[in-house]
Design a protein around this ligand. Sequence first.
Ligand SMILES: Nc1ncnc2c1ncn2[C@@H]1O[C@H](COP(=O)(O)OP(=O)(O)OP(=O)(O)O)[C@@H](O)[C@H]1O
Length: 633
Amino acid sequence: MSQVDLNMASSEIAATHKARLDTRGRQSFWSVVIIAPALSAVLLFFAGFGLANDSLLKLATINVIAGLGVGLFCGGTGILSLAHISFFGIGAYVASWFTIPPAIKGFLLPSMPFAIQQADWPLWLALVPAVAAAVLVGLLTGVVMRRLRDTAAVIASFGFLIISYLLFIGLKPLTNGKQSLYSIPRDALGWPLILVALVVALIVAYAAKASIAGRNAEATREDEQAARSIGIVSDNSILFLWVVSAAIMGLAGALFVHVVGVAAPSAFYLDKTFALIVMVIIGGYRSLTGAVVGAVIVTFAEEVFKKTEEFLGGFAGQELIGGIIMPQVFGLTALAFSVMILLVLYYRPDGIAGYKEVATLPWVQRRLDGWFGTANSNIAPAHYRVSETARLKTVDLHKSYGGFVAMSGTNLEVKAGQIVGLIGPNGAGKSTFINVITGNLFATSGSISLNDQDATLWSANKLAKSGMGRTFQNIRVFGSLTVLENVLTAVNVARPELGSVVAEDKARAWLHALNLDAVAQTSAEALAYGDQRRLEIARALALEPDFLLLDEPVAGMNHQETEALTALLRQVVADIGCGILLVEHDLPMVMALCDHIYVVNKGEQIADGTPAEIRADPVVIEAYIGQELDDPH
Ligand SMILES: Nc1ncnc2c1ncn2[C@@H]1O[C@H](COP(=O)(O)OP(=O)(O)OP(=O)(O)O)[C@@H](O)[C@H]1O
């Protein structure tokens, strides 16, 4: 690391940053500005000149809308949802109730309430109850989905798919069951309406992705423990994405049945689910641009595969060269899609678009930067002040894993403005201690008090919001988020009242303080270890904690980086007045930096005192046989 710059005393820090494209809000805005007119122009060109079948073009557009819905949820949360086609089906049925001519409804759905039976609405109006119904079911099912992660979430979504399919069949008075709803007016869906729906879906999906909830869900997707350590609980963010994506799917389904003219349960089940998965995997489920690309590719590829299947079917039973009889060809489309998925997963696991949105493709970004240039802005320094009375204290803290005692009777105190060390050989229980006092593990017995409040049973996110910032022994940054976004997540928690521009400036100020400005736009996972460790510190400081708990912050750093970080930590304490608890194997650093040191060994607290006292303590020397306790500075 080059020189540390935490110039808290200066009144202002001048920072240079890109004016337009350095945050997700602007990237999303420009992505919509590029995709919406470009896609609309291509569709109208093909439709206007009769270059492609009108229905196929409309289905492609609807697939793009559906792809945005699924991509928003799956990309934002990392959960592969198999349930989204259910919302598509709900939108389809509900819109049909209001657009099928009343006379036909009287025959198909005789027990339907009279008001709905008499309704003969234009499609644009019928979209309102269709989307509302999808939102309502999204809210109901979201109560469960918001609590689930990983495989459990996928299986639950599969359960929803099966239940909704059975309901589509079973609720005959509403759906006409397997006999299907037909006579859905196909002429109700003109190009103006479908293009407006596309633009609305693009705006809603990109706005949801750029929102704080969207970013928090992504942070959780990347690392839930780290997200909780800065006070983020993503249950509500997941619910938000679930409901917004359900609304988009409801819209797509309502449009879909007005292209095909029929609503049948089988259209909202496994085949369509598979097609949606193919779209998001091929396009790239972590970006909405990927969903758009995937939807376009899959729609047209499906048409080509079907035509090929028909063509080959014409030769079935005929003799080919060498006396081979041409077999009947079944399932070529599904087979071809499966092969496409395998090829994409093998060569490009993140899909064609990867993490990129169209506005962040290098040549698009260069062009936009060329047009709009960069801006210099004066950013207030990253600064806050911790109360001098702040105090963190543990009394007789124990932690056992089953029968194994990892920590027994730890009594430790950190005051505002103090740097306290916690040292001990490998396996002594240091990380266990940090995990217990940050709420990642619960103590078996004993108590934790934070600023004179009993915090023993507080959750990790409550502790984070109440003044505990931490870093991890095994680095936990939000890998696919940019460095700026990593810090912004914490700024939004610490200062929810700040508008987006001020919050971004605050995040930039922390990056500047930690000498990370140059990599603000880099994905965190692409940084060198030393930079990642400093990013974790920047993220923890952006939470404006009273106490900063650092678990081996210089592991993986070279000598200069260690020196620079040591200077930085001194400056943080001097300028901000927070307390630091430092767990570190670099004993010379601990000796040079700490005001007070606690020593643990095999879970027991064996000593505490000033660096001089610890250096001279025979019990400590014995625990550290062969190690250098001297301060070389
Ligand atoms: N989840 C767990 N389940 C069972 N035992 C655990 C668990 N986590 C840690 N331990 C054990 O508890 C003891 C203390 O581990 P801990 O990671 O807290 O030590 P440490 O002092 O941080 O070590 P190091 O310096 O190597 O990181 C070790 O013996 C470890 O194997």
